[in-house]
Design a protein. Structure first.
Lengths: 109, 109
DNA sequence: TTGCTATATCGTAATATTGCAATCAAATAT
DNA sequence: ATATTTGATTGCAATATTACGATATAGCAA
């Protein structure tokens, strides 16, 4: 039904899924990589970089902001976006925990 | 439009997004964690563990299989699923690269 | 064979996501 | 004040995802 029955999973599982979903889109990955590469506040040039409409970029930015991965500060007419190191680090740690919890050298079947 | 314009991203970005999307669902996270915890081949008991219908579980398993994260071997009447260590390791490395590419102590805005 | 068990697949309904044009809101410039 | 610029929001249309009942398929048992 396109609806996820989140009530049957643990809070951690839901949080992890939400986190991953935020990053699970090429446009949002591209945005994050651009912000990282620029290593400084990048404002509207994202619209020029990716080939998407301004409204679409704005929407992706909002999604990234809603999970806390990026933050935006108004700077006159434009807005300055950058990675939030704290949340970024938390993501990193959580993913490490998930993927590090499996230590299997060989498939068992 | 619900359609991702994948032609405007790099192959890596698309691959990363596909990878992440496969894991970005609590049911699939739960399945993976169950497979990890059991550390052995787990067959149909997944249907009992999660509160989802058999058809739904089967669908999630197929998605995980389609990205290679798990593999299934037919074992008589039942099918035995387990993590594919090789693909798992690749995922881990890719995510490490993505999240490790940002080394910022402080937000710039 | 017939029946039983375990999974996969099909079809479908409900909901979510993606993308954009149009529009709005706010700051600045003329 | 008016125009311009930048970004957010709204309102769609197209497509994707999630979930499940029903049905298929395949192995095994009696």
């Amino acid at each position: 039904m396109g609806i996820t029955k989140s009530e049957m999973y643990t809070a951690k599982q839901n949080a992890l899924a939400t986190m991953l979903k935020a990053v699970a889109h090429p446009a949002r990955i591209a945005i994050l990589q651009h912000l990282i590469k620029a290593n400084a506040c990048i404002c509207g040039d994202l619209v020029g970089e990716l080939g998407l409409a301004q409204a679409t970029i704005s929407q992706h930015l909002r999604e990234l902001k809603s999970v806390g991965l990026i933050q935006g500060t108004v700077e006159g007419t434009s807005v300055c976006y950058c990675i939030d190191p704290k949340v970024w680090g938390r993501f990193q740690k959580e993913l490490d925990a998930l993927f590090g919890s499996y230590k299997g050298g060989t498939a068992c079947c």
